[in-house]
Design a protein around this ligand. Structure first.
Ligand SMILES: NC(=O)c1ccc[n+]([C@@H]2O[C@H](COP(=O)([O-])OP(=O)(O)OC[C@H]3O[C@@H](n4cnc5c(N)ncnc54)[C@H](O)[C@@H]3O)[C@@H](O)[C@H]2O)c1
Ligand SMILES: C[C@@H](O)[C@H](N)C(=O)O
Length: 334
């Protein structure tokens, strides 16, 4: 006969998903693992990547090497660990992709095919983030609805539209539980962006606190959708937990705020009045940003699964500056 403790353990094991995060050492994966581990237990969330993790990540919970281009190894990991949710974060982002189209094609397209096949074969729930970069200059830009023309001009955007369509196809054709959110540019204090067009909005905080000045590589009037990382990760968890029958779509826009570099600088100057910002526009990044949404419409996510953002521009700025100042002071004290 099972004693109560064993029974509780069995219940917890069966109730909680067993989660694998690919590409987990980028800007978003470590934070997501922390959130999911708090909810589902440390050992139920495996972080993976092709890079060596820093010590604190290695000691925080299970970490393994996984190259999404090695489909046999990926399959073994899913089977051996009884994975039920797959969060597919591996990707080559917009700026890096334009510098290495072959790599972006391999990771973002071939890698995605491996993920979808394995997820389908093993009945997994799979999350693949898309992006504002999945839209292009011929999409309506202010606001950009869920369903509209999508003709992106970057390999990153093309590969993300491909991911949206392939995932939805596998859902309709094979019943795959595919879930996809189009993230805005994500702003975080404790992790660095991986080479995208929206990176300025993270770098400005670190450089401003350290040096009091910043050189921005986008024009001061470039309006783009952005979101604080806590909102992004919470949205991902809530969307993964949403009952399948509430999801009228498998790909949703999520939105929090839109701002230009000028707006951001003005808000930061309320706390750092001496901040000096100059502009040295990168024509490649500017062309990408000029084809992306200015404002993302997310009515469907709010209606179907109750999406609600918490951070607006002023909260974002206060939170980022507090985090960065505190961790710089801690580093100096050590
Ligand atoms: N950060 C954002 O602003 C943002 C916005 C929209 C969408 N997204 C999407 O969210 C996901 C996570 O974004 P991020 O900012 O953390 O990305 P990132 O660039 O910071 O990290 C991507 C990770 O993928 C890993 N990777 C590369 N090739 C791999 C391979 N062959 N096998 C396994 N891992 C590999 C890299 O080592 C890296 O750690 C991506 O799919 C991205 O497109 C991010
Ligand atoms: C927007 C998003 O996909 C990423 N931060 C990029 O700029 O490429």
């Amino acid at each position: 006969m099972l004693i109560l403790g064993e029974l509780l353990l069995l219940c917890t094991d069966t109730e909680h998903p067993k989660i694998l995060i690919t590409g987990g050492l980028g800007q978003l994966g470590v934070g997501l693992a922390k959130l999911l581990r708090r909810k589902f237990g440390k050992n139920n969330v495996i972080l993976s990547d092709i890079r060596k993790p820093p010590n604190h990540v290695y000691h925080d919970g299970p970490f393994i090497f996984s190259d999404i281009l090695d489909s046999k190894n990926l399959r073994e990991i899913v089977v051996n660990n009884n994975i039920s949710w797959l969060i597919h974060y591996s990707a080559v982002l917009s700026a890096v992709g334009e510098n290495n189209v072959a790599l972006a094609k391999e990771v973002n397209i071939t890698g995605l095919h491996n993920i979808l096949d394995i997820a389908t074969d093993h009945g997994l729930r799979v999350f693949v983030p898309s992006t504002i970069g999945a839209f292009g200059p011929s999409s309506p830009r202010n606001p950009t609805p869920e369903l509209c023309v999508q003709r992106p001009r970057t390999i990153y955007g093309v590969s993300k539209v491909h991911a949206e369509l392939m995932g939805e196809y596998y859902h309709h054709r094979y019943g795959l539980d595919f879930r996809c959110l189009r993230y805005p540019g994500i702003i975080s204090a404790n992790s660095n962006p991986g080479g995208g067009t929206t990176d300025y909005a993270v770098q400005i905080f670190h450089t401003a606190v350290k040096t009091g000045c910043f050189e921005c590589n986008l024009r001061s009037d470039t309006l783009l959708p952005m979101m604080y990382i806590d909102d992004c990760l919470r949205a991902t968890l809530e969307f993964m937990e949403a009952p399948a029958d509430s999801l009228l779509s498998r790909t949703y826009n999520i939105s929090a705020m839109s701002f230009t570099p000028h707006d951001l600088v003005q808000e930061m100057q309320k706390v750092l009045p001496e901040l000096k910002v100059t502009y040295n526009v990168d024509p490649v990044l500017q062309a990408i940003a000029d084809g992306w949404p200015m404002v993302l419409e997310d009515i469907a996510a709010r209606r179907d699964w109750g999406w609600k953002h918490e951070f607006d521009l002023s909260e974002l700025v206060q939170t980022m500056l507090t985090h960065i100042t505190t961790s710089n002071q801690r580093a100096q004290a050590n």
